[in-house]
Design a binder for this molecule. Structure first.
Ligand SMILES: *Cc1c(COP(=O)(O)O)cnc(C)c1O
Length: 374
């Protein structure tokens, strides 16, 4: 069967909007989109008076090389948030179908389901096993509920652990013809586990989400990538916004793949990973910290006695961390990004302002977060 049999049938016959830029690329005289022929200001090198290419080939090629897939397996949207939303819209009938999530996990899966009127089936990660995936629980729940999408976040936000690749293969195999397995690899660049994009050819019901928001440092440009079988990409393109990618964002994305930017990224990834290890070690040694979860991402989750009080103390010192206490199984937990030279490691003695991120703070041998009262 085609994986499209899982999609909302009405979308398969929907006549998609055909944008001017889709119907014809560029010509010497462009009179098909009611654009202004005038540049918005003198010296506009980006030609912002023109609508952008909906899915620019240069970017798709670049991303295809980066992720080891074909351009036809890629949709680029406004962050993976948009990709999540489009997947739910494409596969879940309101009031009938469901998505499956494994909390504690990224909040947008449930929000997108709620917006679409899809039910949310939750199969919690196993708290006693460092929040490992409950594979049997997921399979059972996906069989007895009308689940169309199974979201697996690896490394998981906010806990930081990775899902072994054989567990994902197992899910995709067992759910073939029933549901898509959507693997959110927003933090894959920081992890040692390989991407599951290599499994796409064997598993047409596998979908991978990547983003330029984290490792590529482009959160402000809103660029998220959906990688899947070409027929799924075709369906997503049918329902996408006419021009999802603003021209300045495309320029920023292409610049991020230059040789110089790529070399800098390799270095930043190594620095961030070592900062994550240092941060986890320092937190484990701290008397106020009750538990630190192993992380493959660019953040660390940890438990204290009173998360809100610690959060407040850090804020008073000019540092914002994320209070993740409201997530299932994460009472009194905080999540902190590993930011070399700018992070929690710099929060020692020295009164308010000491946490402002002097890179010299890293080199000073003093206990981290000494001022946090247990
Ligand atoms: C940050 C994050 C995203 C990224 O979202 P964008 O919309 O691409 O910025 C996706 N999934 C997870 C789990 C994240 O933590």
């Amino acid at each position: 069967m085609s994986v499209l049999e899982l999609a909302r049938p009405e979308l398969l016959v929907l006549k998609p909007y055909s944008s001017a830029r889709m119907e014809a690329g560029k010509a010497a005289v462009m009179l098909n989109a009611n654009e202004s022929p005038y540049a918005p200001f003198a010296g506009d090198a980006l030609a912002l008076n023109r609508y952008p290419d909906p899915q620019p080939a240069a970017l798709l090629d670049q991303l295809g090389r980066a992720y080891g897939v074909d351009a036809g397996q890629i949709f680029v949207g406004r962050g993976s948030d948009e990709a999540i939303d489009l997947l739910v819209r494409a596969f879940c009938r309101a009031g009938r179908d469901a998505v499956l999530i494994c909390p504690p996990t990224f909040g947008m899966y449930a929000v997108a389901a709620g917006v679409q009127g899809a039910a949310v089936v939750a199969v919690p990660l196993q708290a006693e096993r460092d929040f490992a995936l409950d594979v049997d629980g997921v399979l059972n729940a996906a069989r007895v509920n009308p689940v169309k999408l199974v979201f697996v976040c690896t490394p998981n936000n906010p806990t930081g652990g990775s899902v072994p690749i054989d567990q994902i293969t197992g899910l995709a195999t067992a759910l073939a013809g029933r549901a898509l397995v959507v693997v959110d690899e927003a933090y894959a660049e920081f992890a040692d586990t390989p991407s599951v994009t290599s499994l796409l050819d064997q598993h047409p019901n596998l979908v991978v989400l990547r983003t330029l928001s984290k490792a590529y440092g482009l959160a402000g440009a809103r660029l998220g990538v959906l990688i899947a079988a070409p027929e799924i990409i075709g369906l997503i393109r049918r329902i996408m916004a006419p021009y999802p990618l603003p021209t300045p964002c495309l320029a920023a994305a292409l610049a991020a793949f230059s040789d110089a930017a790529s070399a800098a990224r390799v270095e930043h990834l190594a620095t961030t990973r070592s900062e994550r290890r240092r941060l986890a070690t320092a937190l484990r040694a701290h008397p106020a910290v009750r538990h630190v979860w192993p992380s493959d991402a660019n953040f660390v989750a940890f438990r204290v006695d009173d998360a809100h009080a610690t959060w407040r103390q850090l804020l008073d010192r000019g540092v914002i961390v994320r209070d993740v206490s409201h997530y299932l199984g994460l009472a009194n937990c905080l999540r902190v990004s590993a930011a070399p030279g700018k992070g929690l490691g710099g929060v020692g003695g020295g009164g308010p302002g000491a946490a402002q991120g002097h890179s010299s703070a890293r080199r000073r041998p003093r206990p981290p977060m000494r001022s946090l009262q247990p």
